[in-house]
Write a protein that binds this ligand. Structure first.
Ligand code: CP3
Length: 355
């Protein structure tokens, strides 16, 4: 199946495009009043994720407002720990909670790899519903959390600022930590392959908490497992390449290492200069990013200036996907997101070959 607008897929594979593709992390979310209305109808966020028709509806909402170059599956990275039996709840203002966290090495032995067409069937049904609603219009991005980021939530029982429980576990119980990361890597691999079979056109691994680790621990406990996952993904489906994106928030110091694990693209947060990042990864991977999400709180004229600066810093040539450096925040006025997207459309063609 050929995708009509394949700008994103081409840019991820560093092929020529006429303009820089753009999408937003968390593009379906609380900053949109129509999202809040659908969530209210569902009752809560998790029910929204677990009801394929509603997950499909909110996935399409930002596409009805803005000329985005991709849809991203509406779901959450914590579907895997939930399916492993840890008991997920996500409450407004409190954030994610796991009722039965991993506290002792023995707890790891009870974890199995969830069946994507069993416990996680609702995710695959959402992918199929979105694929059929989108038709061939736009690519659909699937995703999962990195093993390390999932382990953080499973060991902390929720979000954390310092990750002391998770870090103590990897240092005090390295063998159990490796067993945990191993079962998570298998679960994520099976899950992403099932998403690809169900119809996603690209996949992204969110390593939100990789940047909390030391350089050495990052390689051992996060990067090594993402490398294993990437190695198990099919390169193609129906003769078309399925690009992969790896995003480690705070991973700037390790860009070269991330670019060498076999992924097609690397996401960068706003703390990196994109010109410097491009020099460092060379022609190995495409780059995705990296506007500071807080810029969207500023006036549209200022947003345009910041978009222009990132496009100029990346410079001429292909291999850039415009995005935020992390998810869009609930406080953003939707018209400001629109101003960002419009600026990318208007200013980016000058940097591509046809000009
Ligand atoms: O990008 C998209 O539009 C796809 C949807 C998506 C969500 N979560 C929806 C969501 C994606 C890709 C995620 C990934 C995710 N979930 C990550 C990695 C990316 C990142 O942001 O770092 C992480 C760490 C999580 C775990 C999680 N889920 C957190 C920290 C929260 C926020 C809690 C809070 O109240 O601020 C969630 C909930 C969540 N996931 C929401 C959405 C739209 C908000 C929940 C709501 O509507 O009440």
């Amino acid at each position: 199946m050929k995708i009509d607008n394949d700008c994103l897929l081409r840019a991820l594979l560093r092929q020529p495009v006429v303009r820089t593709p753009v999408w937003l992390m968390r593009q379906a979310g609380r900053y949109l009043p129509e999202y809040r209305a659908t969530r209210a109808r569902a009752g809560d966020f998790l029910t929204l994720c677990k009801t394929p028709e509603l997950a499909c509806e909110v996935t399409l909402q930002p596409l009805a407002r803005f000329p985005l170059d991709a849809a991203i599956l509406f779901s959450d990275i914590l579907t895997i720990p939930d399916a492993m039996g840890l008991g997920l709840s996500i409450d407004e203002g409190i954030g994610p909670r796991l009722a039965r966290p991993i506290v002792a090495p023995g707890d790891v032995d009870r974890l199995g790899v969830p069946d994507p067409e069993g416990e996680l069937r609702y995710v695959m049904d959402a992918v199929r519903a979105i694929r059929s609603a989108l038709g061939t219009r736009l690519p659909l991005i699937g995703f999962a959390g990195s093993p390390w980021t999932l382990a953080c939530y499973m060991l902390e029982g929720g979000g954390s600022r310092e990750f002391h429980r998770a870090k103590r576990f990897v240092y005090d119980e390295p063998r159990a930590a490796h067993r945990l990361l191993e079962v998570l890597a298998r679960a994520v691999g099976v899950y992403l392959r099932a998403q690809i079979a169900a119809g996603v056109d690209a996949v992204m691994v969110f390593d939100t908490w990789g940047g909390a680790l030391s350089a050495r621990a990052y390689r051992e406990f996060s990067l090594a497992y993402m490398e294993r996952i990437i190695a198990t993904l099919p390169r193609e489906r129906d003769g078309r390449r399925i690009p992969s994106i790896v995003f480690t928030k705070g991973g700037g110091p390790w860009l070269e290492a991330i670019a060498s694990i076999g992924c097609d693209a690397v996401g960068i947060d706003w703390t990196q200069a994109i010109d410097d990042a491009r020099r460092r990864v060379g022609s190995r991977v495409a780059l995705q990013g990296n506007l500071d999400p807080a810029v969207l709180l500023a006036a549209p004229a200022r947003i345009e200036t910041e978009v222009a600066a990132i496009l100029a810093d990346f410079g001429h040539g292909d291999g850039h996907v415009f995005n935020l450096g992390h998810g869009i925040t609930p406080q953003v006025d939707p018209s400001h997101a629109g101003a960002m997207i419009e600026a990318v459309h208007r200013l980016s063609p000058a940097y591509h070959r046809s000009h």
